[in-house]
Design a protein around this ligand. Structure first.
Ligand code: SF4
Length: 217
């Protein structure tokens, strides 16, 4: 009978499992930080997240999009939006691209509350910015690659990220240190400047999105 020698590290979970555990723990800490501030604003977590999702969006968003971003049903999203409208933080308007549809926007007060909510995670921002710049870029790149893998599972909600934007021109300068380009501002786009949530984002077609994420993964 073969006997495999034991080492003190045999029971250590795989690196991949520990990455997932670490991200889950960080998410818990971030959620708790957000919870403290949202409670002080008299908002539940879903309402706080909706205000943040609506921030910096000039065109407004649809209810179905919000529900997808929050991974909740349209009915639950509708309840949260109704509460925010009653509080004077969200307003409904006609969608620019479809007069029969409704788009959701922040009111001025909603903008102010969303700004205060943004400070809730400043402790995490401070921790990330204390890492050396090179490590920050490596970490950001690794997270983009992980998101790219998750995109393949269709479990990741749509992002206003460069990799799904019609202005993104991947590998416009092949072999260069900065190969990508943003056509909107007509400038090379370094990895360290790739955005996860860009106010100027305009979705590209699904095939290009898939190609961009796959080339990054
Ligand atoms: S910076 Fe904004 S506009 Fe430019 S490619 Fe990225 S998401 Fe699109």
């Amino acid at each position: 009978m073969d006997i495999t020698p034991e080492t003190p590290w045999d029971s250590t979970p795989d690196v991949s499992a520990r990455i997932v555990t670490a991200i889950a723990r960080i998410a818990t800490v971030l959620r708790s930080g957000m919870w403290e501030v949202s409670t002080s604003e008299n908002l539940n977590p879903a309402q706080a997240e909706i205000l943040q999702l609506l921030q910096h969006r000039t065109r407004g968003v649809r209810l179905t999009w919000l529900a997808k971003q929050l991974s909740i049903s349209a009915a639950s999203a509708s309840d949260s939006v109704a509460a925010l409208v009653a509080k004077g933080l969200v307003r409904k308007a006609r969608a620019e691209d479809d007069g029969r549809a409704t788009a959701l926007h922040l009111t001025q007060e909603g903008e102010r509350v969303a700004l205060r909510l943004g400070y809730a995670l400043s402790f995490a921002d401070a921790a990330a910015s204390s890492l050396p710049q090179e490590q920050q870029v490596q970490l950001l790149t690794g997270l983009f690659r992980l998101i790219a893998q998750l995109q393949k599972t269709d479990r990741f909600p749509e992002l206003r990220a460069c990799l799904s934007c019609r202005h993104f021109e991947p590998n416009k300068y092949p072999g260069q240190a900065v190969p990508h380009h943003c056509a909107l501002v007509n400038a090379p786009l370094p990895i360290s400047f790739l955005r996860i949530d860009c106010a100027e984002h305009e979705p590209t077609d699904p095939a290009s999105q898939r190609r961009n994420w796959e080339s990054f993964a």
